[in-house]
Design a protein around this ligand. Structure first.
Ligand code: NAD
Length: 294
């Protein structure tokens, strides 16, 4: 028989961005059920209010902060809201994001800038302010960034993938910078049926011939929430700089970008470079797109 999960987030105060719907709302419901006090952010105030109301009805503690995370100043206020409502900030789930399709020849500057403003700079602003506050508090802190499998390469998702690759890179960099502190930084690469994913399904079906990992049906958002809750809890102290991939019944880490073997040594003249590619490297190109490690 399953034992009821203990309140692993009792006394934790967390900010969840984009928690008005989809995955963010599912994270908010789950972590609230595990005892966390939640600041519900969304650019859509009605949606944020609905999530917070549902958390309070279920007996949880929640306040709303409506606004766009793409503003650096707003990100500071979001963190302040958590501190003034609940006394401190213990966790940040950097979930809010937007997605626009476009192959490289079709991409619009407006869409690309919008994705970078929200997904990349927005996540950085929230993390910067949250980490400053966590370090000031001296209490254990957990940043949970949200990346995406698209950053490994996906057709017509270059802008979105790049914005999420930057989030993965922030995760590695910040985790390294903070490894001697009690703030840890990880990321989740989730998969769920949400309004964002709905807009993506037709495209994914069209590309299935060129993908190794193909999804036909998507899990419910709730399936992703225990991994986020774990990373927010003290049980994950010691886990740092990882991208946790959760896809239905599959749980894994994503590999980090690494220097691939073989590392050839020599004097790299024009002739030697050409020979190295001809004899070795041309046949050892890295896989393109999301793939299982072999
Ligand atoms: N759904 C998936 O399968 C999937 C896969 C990989 C990664 N992700 C990532 O998971 C996260 C959640 O995705 P989702 O599928 O729930 O998306 P969604 O579009 O359903 O929900 C996103 C929420 O973010 C809010 N939001 C958008 N811009 C904002 C801003 N500037 N400030 C504050 N809030 C804003 C929206 O109003 C919305 O409520 C995103 O980071 C997404 O990139 C999702």
């Amino acid at each position: 028989m399953l034992r009821a999960m203990e309140q692993i987030l009792k006394d934790k105060s967390v900010v969840i961005t984009g928690a008005g719907r989809g995955l963010g709302a599912a994270y908010a419901r789950h972590v609230s059920g595990l005892g966390a006090s939640v600041v519900v952010n969304d650019i859509n105030e009605d949606a944020a209010n609905a999530t917070a109301e549902a958390l309070r009805k279920a007996g949880g503690k929640a306040v709303v902060s409506a606004g766009s995370i793409s503003s650096w100043d707003y990100a500071a206020k979001l963190v302040e809201t958590c501190v003034s409502a609940f006394g401190r900030i213990d966790g940040l789930v950097n979930n809010a994001a937007i997605l626009a399709h476009g192959k490289v020849t079709e991409m619009s500057e407006r869409d690309l800038r919008a994705m970078l403003e929200v997904n990349t700079i927005g996540s950085a602003g929230c993390a910067t302010h949250a980490i400053r506050q966590m370090l000031k508090q001296g209490t254990p802190g957990s940043i949970v960034n949200i990346s995406s499998g698209s950053h490994a390469g996906d057709i017509a998702l270059g802008g979105y993938g790049a914005s999420k690759a930057a989030v993965a890179s922030f995760t590695y960099c910040w985790a390294l910078e903070l490894r001697d502190t009690n703030v840890r930084v990880n990321a989740v690469s989730p998969l769920a049926h949400t309004p964002m994913a709905e807009s993506n399904m037709k495209l994914l079906a069209e590309q299935s011939a060129s993908r190794e990992v193909v999804y036909t049906t998507l899990p419910q958002p709730e399936v992703n929430a225990p991994a986020v809750a774990f990373l927010l809890s003290d049980a994950s102290i010691g886990v740092n700089g990882q991208i946790v991939r959760i896809a239905g019944n599959e749980l894994s880490y994503n590999t980090h970008p690494m220097i691939a073997q073989p590392v050839l040594k020599g004097e790299w003249t024009d002739t030697a470079i050409a020979a190295a590619f001809r004899d070795t490297l041309a046949a050892r190109q890295q896989r393109l797109g999301l793939a299982y490690e072999r």
